[in-house]
Design a protein around this ligand. Structure first.
Ligand SMILES: [Zn+2]
Length: 508
């Protein structure tokens, strides 16, 4: 798909370069010169000049050639020039924070919304989409439709045994939603998705496969002892559609060998014909609502109210065991007011009661979100180093977790510069062409003629993820210039105030 565009661009350059008789050179918007191009394919850096026109990369030329006249020039000497990063698993509300500065400050020029089974609760996405298109967006948006949302819209909600008519309704809603979305997201650890039987997931996978979209799944469980069963459930859908493991992790798994065993599981599925992909974020704490800690019979407000009345002791015992298995109350860092920044252990001490009683009496399943320190860094590093696995943030502008502001900077700062666990071209590939391919975004992710002009200029040695668990909403530093669709959003590390993002259109 890209090579005809590239050929056209090269031809254009050749014609213009050879055409001495035509002193009128084509006027373009930007010339980005002097830098080393890391083009997103994994190829080593090479010197070159990028020419942007009308939101696209018109040409990539050898240094020194001047086939065009640029309205504006950017000197990237001593820095690298890369495609903008594509985040395959992110969160946020575009109507609340359309600029998404947390993302663009760390080099992300495309984010994905509607994850983990939950998307805008509208049956017709066309007007919703039009509303988003009118916003002053920082990054581009690639939308997903949530499986849990389809259940709600189809009136299935928490029914564990939906009728054939109800499934047909969900299939029709999904098919219509795929006109505007890159695929289906599922969140099988959350309500109402957790009630879905296998036949429902397979029926929906059939629609996704027919439309050549992808199923992005927050698995039914990420606990180490249940991970393979949860993967098998997704791989069964993978016989009908492309499938993707969101934020691949092992909750309380330990060590490199366990990481390798999980990767072998993915390899075996691929060998069996499953078209699969995955993403990972570079932090050892997860972040989600407290409902994750509660049993399936006490997750919603009404279930919880009833459970507190009738099964209080059983609920307390469940919560105690669950939190202890997840490294204890010291490893649960509350992220919502009024207790943000306190661990569950600290709050229990302050309130002078056992932590499970705090969860029941003071917080509840709807009582906010928390970071859970449940991952092993050595194990997760194996995923980051796997060439099949894209980098995601799973973050948002408002979450009390550093991943929303730090992820892509942390990959450069820690995994490329400090540890040497990834080369720069490989890290850039896992943040550009790899996520573009798995999402089905054909015209972004690479520095090549004809592609959208989402471009970064930075010095890898100067990139800093400043977000911490204590202070998670600090913008990343070092991404000196950021273009989205040819619009310069950031210059010298400051926002220009311009908006360049679009709502991306999926394939037919
Ligand atoms: Zn998730």
């Amino acid at each position: 798909m890209r090579s005809p565009l590239r050929a056209l661009g090269l031809l254009l350059v050749a014609v213009l370069a050879a055409c001495d008789a035509a002193p009128e050179r084509l006027a373009v918007d930007w010339e980005i010169f002097g830098g080393q191009l890391v083009d997103g394919t994994g190829a080593p850096p090479r010197p070159g000049t990028l020419w942007l026109k009308d939101g696209r990369i018109l040409a990539v030329t050898e240094p020194g050639l001047q086939p065009f006249t640029a309205a504006q020039r950017f000197d990237a000497t001593g820095r690298v020039v890369t495609p903008g990063f594509i985040d395959p698993h992110s969160h946020g509300d575009p109507e609340a924070t359309p600029a998404f500065e947390n993302f663009t400050a760390m080099g992300v020029t495309t984010i994905t919304l509607g994850q983990d089974g939950s998307s805008a609760e509208v049956a017709d996405l066309a007007p919703y989409r039009a509303r988003l298109e009118a916003l002053p967006l920082g990054p581009n948006l690639a939308l997903f439709v949530g499986h849990g949302t389809l259940r709600t819209l189809a009136g299935v909600d928490r029914d564990p045994n939906p009728s054939a008519e109800a499934l047909a309704r969900m299939q029709r809603l999904l098919d219509a939603a795929l006109d505007h979305t890159f695929g289906l997201s599922s969140g099988l650890e959350y309500n109402p998705g957790l009630w879905a039987p296998e036949r429902e997931l397979l029926a929906l996978a059939e629609v996704v496969g027919r439309r050549d979209r992808v199923i992005m799944s927050h698995l039914r469980s990420e606990d180490d002892d249940q991970l393979f069963a949860a993967l098998d459930e997704l791989f069964a859908q993978g016989r009908r559609a492309r499938v993707h493991v969101a934020h691949l992790k092992s909750v309380y798994g330990q060590g490199v060998a366990r990481g390798d065993a999980i990767l072998d599981k993915l390899t075996a599925a691929q060998r069996a014909g499953v078209r699969l992909s995955a993403d990972v974020y570079p932090y050892s704490a997860s972040y989600t609502g407290l409902a994750l800690l509660f049993p399936a019979w006490a997750k919603t407000r009404e279930q919880f109210t009833e459970a507190r009345e009738t099964r209080s002791e059983e609920l307390a015992a469940y919560l105690r065991a669950r939190v202890l298995a997840r490294n204890g109350p010291e490893a649960t860092l509350l992220g919502s007011a009024p207790y943000a920044g306190l661990t569950l252990a600290e709050l229990a001490e302050r309130l002078e009661k056992p932590f499970e009683r705090v969860l029941i009496e003071d917080l509840g399943p709807q009582g906010g979100s928390a970071a859970y320190f449940i991952m092993n860094e050595d194990l997760q590093r194996r995923f980051i180093q796997d060439p099949r696995i894209a980098i995601s943030s799973d973050g948002s502008p408002t979450g009390f977790h550093p991943r929303g502001h730090g992820t892509f900077a942390k990959i450069i700062e820690q995994y490329v510069q400090a540890e040497g666990a990834l080369t720069l071209p490989e890290a850039v590939r896992q943040m550009t062409t790899l996520p573009a391919a798995l999402l089905g975004i054909a015209d972004r992710g690479q520095l090549a003629p004809g592609l959208a002009a989402d471009v970064l200029v930075f010095d890898p040695a100067a990139v800093r993820a400043r977000a911490t668990y204590e202070n998670p909403q600090q913008l990343a530093e070092g991404f000196e210039a950021v273009w989205v669709n040819g619009v310069l959003l950031r210059r010298d590390g400051a926002f220009t105030g311009a908006a360049g993002g679009r709502v991306l259109r999926p394939g037919p």
